[in-house]
Design a protein around this ligand. Structure first.
Ligand code: FAD
Length: 419
C-alpha cells in the first residue's frame, strides 16, 4: 500500500489564520470572502478605523463595475444587498471637447442593447460597496477583521508573520498585500514598482441634475484630461474630472459655487441645471505596477499589484480579477492537498494575471496620452480611429464585451459560479 503523502510542515503548524490580508479597502475584503467559500480562514488588517471607512462621505468615488465583477459580487452573496443602489450603464458616449465649446458630436457610441448579456456594467457608490463588504466580513465566522491597526513588519520564512503597530504578531500560511498602490507589503518584500505620474489630478464628486440621464455614461476628452459623467441612481451622476495638478488644486480650494462655475462649461447643459450632491474629493493620478505579483509565501492583489489611470474605469475590475484568480488557485490547491503558499501554486496566480494587467495598464496609459492633448495631428488620428470602431458593429461589440469583463480566461467567480 502507498504511504499517504505527508502534509507540508507549515500546514501542520498552528496559525492564527490561513491567510493574513494587509488592507481592508475593497479587494482585501473581497478576497477574504471568496477564500472563505473554499473553507480558508483570513485575518484582514486595516490601518483605518471601522467608523472612518463606514462614513457616508469617506471616499466619494463611484465605480463602474463591469458585468463580470457584478457576477462575482453575486456569487459572493453580496449583490442582492447592493443592487438597489446600483445604476445600470445602458450606453456609453464619448466625444472630443474643449472647455467652453461643449462636447463635439459623439464619435463613439456603445449601446448595451447590442450585447445579449444585458448592461455592460453598473455604477455603484463606494459608500454602499464598502459598508456591505465590512458588514459581510463581520458576519463571517472564517474572517477576523482588525480595523484601526497598521502592519509595520513582516516575515515569510517558514510561515507568514506580520507585526502590528501595537507590537503584537499574527501568523498565517500566506501573506496577501491588498494595501493599495503604495503597498508596504510589496516594499517590505523587496518588490520594486514601475510607474510614473500623469501630472493630472482627478476631481471626484456626485452631481445632482434636473433631467434624467437615461443610464448613459459620457466621456468628454479635454486637452488637460478626460471628464467622465457617470450615471448614479436617481437624477444624479458621478464626475471624474481630470485637470493638471495646479488647476485641480485651485479648483479644490475654490468654494462650491466657483467650482460649479468652472464645471458648467465643460459639463454642458444636456442634463439641465447642476448642483453638488456630496463632498468633493481629489486623487492625484499615476501608473504604479509591481514588478512581481508574488514572492515567498506572499501575493499582491488590487492596487498593491497595479494602480492604473481611471480613464477606462477598470482599476477595481482589474483588482477583482486578481481576487477571483487568486481565490481559485488557492481553493484548487487546497482540494489537491497542496501547500497554498508553495511557489508553484503562487506562480499559477502570477502567470494568470500578469499579461491581462500589463495589457490594461498600457492601454489606459496610451489612451490617456492620445486623448489628453490638443495636438491637431493626434486629434485627427483619434477621430479616425474612433470613427472606424463606431462604424463596425463586430468591433463595437468586441469593445463592449471587453469593457464588460467577459473576455479572456475568466476565473469561476467572474462567471458568476461558486468557487
Ligand atoms: C478617481 C478614481 C476613479 C476610479 N473609478 C473606478 C471605476 O469606475 N471602476 C473601477 O473599476 N475602478 C475605479 N478606480 C480604481 C479603484 O478605486 C481602485 O482600483 C480600488 O479602490 C483599489 O482598491 P484596493 O482595495 O486594492 O486598495 P485601497 O482601496 O487603496 O485599499 C488599501 C487599504 O490598505 C490599507 N493599508 C495600507 N497600508 C496598510 C498597513 N501598513 N497596515 C494596514 N492597512 C494598510 C489602507 O488603509 C486601505 O484601506 C478609480 C480610481 C480613482 C482614483
Amino acid at each position: 500500500m502507498d504511504n499517504p503523502t505527508p502534509r507540508p510542515i507549515v500546514e501542520r503548524m498552528a496559525h492564527d489564520a490561513d491567510i493574513l490580508i494587509v488592507g481592508g479597502g475593497l479587494n482585501g475584503p473581497c478576497l477574504a470572502l471568496a477564500c472563505a467559500q473554499a473553507g480558508l480562514s483570513s485575518i484582514v488588517i486595516d490601518a483605518l478605523a471601522q467608523d472612518t471607512r463606514m462614513g457616508g462621505q469617506f471616499d466619494g468615488r463611484s465605480y463602474a463595475l463591469a458585468l463580470a465583477s457584478v457576477r462575482m459580487l453575486d456569487a459572493l452573496g453580496l449583490w442582492d444587498g447592493l443592487s438597489d443602489h446600483a445604476q445600470p450603464i445602458l450606453q456609453i458616449k464619448a466625444s472630443d471637447g474643449r472647455a467652453g465649446e461643449g462636447a463635439a458630436p459623439f464619435f463613439l457610441h456603445f449601446d448595451s442593447a447590442e450585447l445579449e448579456e444585458g448592461p455592460m456594467g453598473h455604477m455603484l457608490e463606494d459608500r454602499h460597496l464598502r459598508r456591505t463588504l465590512l458588514a459581510a466580513m463581520d458576519d463571517h465566522p472564517r474572517i477576523t477583521h482588525r480595523p484601526g491597526m497598521s502592519v509595520v513588519a513582516q516575515a515569510t520564512d517558514g510561515a507568514a508573520r506580520v507585526t502590528l503597530a501595537d507590537g503584537s504578531d499574527l501568523t498565517g500560511r500566506i501573506l496577501v498585500g491588498a494595501d493599495g498602490r503604495r503597498s508596504g507589503t510589496a516594499a517590505r518584500a523587496g518588490i520594486k514598482r514601475t510607474g510614473w505620474n500623469y501630472g493630472q489630478t482627478a476631481l471626484v464628486a456626485a452631481i445632482a441634475h434636473d433631467r434624467p440621464h437615461h443610464g448613459i455614461a459620457h466621456q468628454f476628452f479635454m486637452p488637460p484630461g478626460p471628464l467622465a459623467i457617470l450615471p448614479l441612481t436617481g437624477n444624479r451622476s458621478s464626475i471624474v474630472w481630470s485637470e493638471r495638478h495646479d488647476d485641480a488644486k485651485r479648483l479644490m480650494a475654490a468654494d462650491d459655487a466657483a467650482f460649479l462655475d468652472h464645471l458648467r462649461p465643460r459639463f454642458g447643459d444636456f442634463l439641465g441645471d447642476i448642483t453638488l450632491a456630496g463632498q468633493r474629493h481629489s486623487y492625484p493620478l499615476g501608473l504604479s505596477v509591481a514588478n512581481a505579483f508574488v514572492a515567498t509565501r506572499l501575493a499582491l492583489v488590487g492596487d498593491a499589484a497595479h494602480g492604473v489611470h481611471p480613464i477606462a474605469g477598470q482599476g477595481l475590475n482589474l483588482g477583482l480579477r486578481d481576487v477571483a484568480a487568486l481565490a481559485e488557485v488557492l481553493a484548487d490547491a487546497t482540494r489537491r492537498g497542496e501547500d497554498i503558499a508553495a511557489s508553484d501554486v503562487l506562480a499559477r496566480y502570477q502567470s494568470w494575471r500578469r499579461f491581462d494587467t500589463a495589457a490594461l495598464a498600457l492601454a489606459t496609459d496610451g489612451v490617456n496620452r492620445l486623448f489628453s492633448n490638443d495636438n491637431p495631428g493626434l486629434r485627427a488620428i483619434r477621430d479616425i480611429g474612433m470613427g472606424v470602431v463606431s462604424a463596425i458593429p463586430a468591433l463595437r461589440r468586441g469593445f463592449m464585451r471587453h469593457a464588460a469583463g467577459l473576455t479572456g480566461d475568466l476565473p469561476r467567480l467572474l462567471q458568476g459560479r461558486a468557487l
